[in-house]
Design a protein around this ligand. Structure first.
Ligand code: MG
Length: 184
């Protein structure tokens, strides 16, 4: 499976959930699969997807928040995992799509292609719920089985991007649209 395939499965589950999506190809791909005003597409702040999703989760405790991050980005901001796990918001799923590469900049390998195991880091950071998925058809059942809680989900994929267009919205529009969606 590639990231695009994983995103298609995740998108099938989105109803009222708020989504914070990693910058670059992941956001472009999600936009092409299922654009919605509840999607916040990161533009230009690599590494901060999980931090923004955490802030959103604690400020919107009645909404479920999906953080869709990548291996390269979470490796830039591992401290975020400790912050999230220790504060333990009951409405946050941190999904890391791990393709072992910096996909948006030309598939340079990340350290998850070598010795680094993000699921072990997440456990060590304090996440009580850690799930690893490596088959496409497991994504929906495993995500559905997660109840209220603070979850870390690692989805292992192959490198590679889908041929999709750029997002035709500027960051300001995305932000305003998203803020409006919060009051729905
Ligand atoms: Mg990656």
């Amino acid at each position: 499976m590639k990231r695009f395939d994983a995103l298609i499965e995740i998108a099938k589950l989105l109803v009222n959930e708020l989504v914070v999506c990693n910058l670059g190809d992941p956001s472009r791909e999600l936009y092409s699969i299922k654009d919605r005003s509840e999607n916040f597409y990161m533009m230009g702040s690599m590494g901060l997807t999980s931090s923004i999703a955490f802030g959103l989760a604690i400020s919107q405790p009645k909404r479920r928040v999906f953080c869709i991050d990548g291996d390269g980005s979470i490796l830039m901001n591992l401290g975020s995992l400790s912050t999230i796990a220790n504060n333990n918001p009951m409405n946050l799923i941190v999904i890391v799509i791990d393709n072992s590469s910096y996909g948006s900049t030309g598939n340079q390998k990340t350290y998850t292609s070598k010795k680094t195991r993000l699921e072990i880091i997440a456990k060590g950071a304090g996440f009580e719920s850690v799930t690893v998925i490596d088959k496409e058809d497991e994504i929906i059942p495993k995500l559905k089985s997660l109840g209220l809680g603070c979850h870390f989900v690692l989805i292992k994929t192959m490198p590679g991007r889908a041929q999709v267009k750029n997002i035709p919205l500027d960051p300001e529009k995305i932000t305003i649209r998203f803020i409006k969606a919060l009051s729905k």
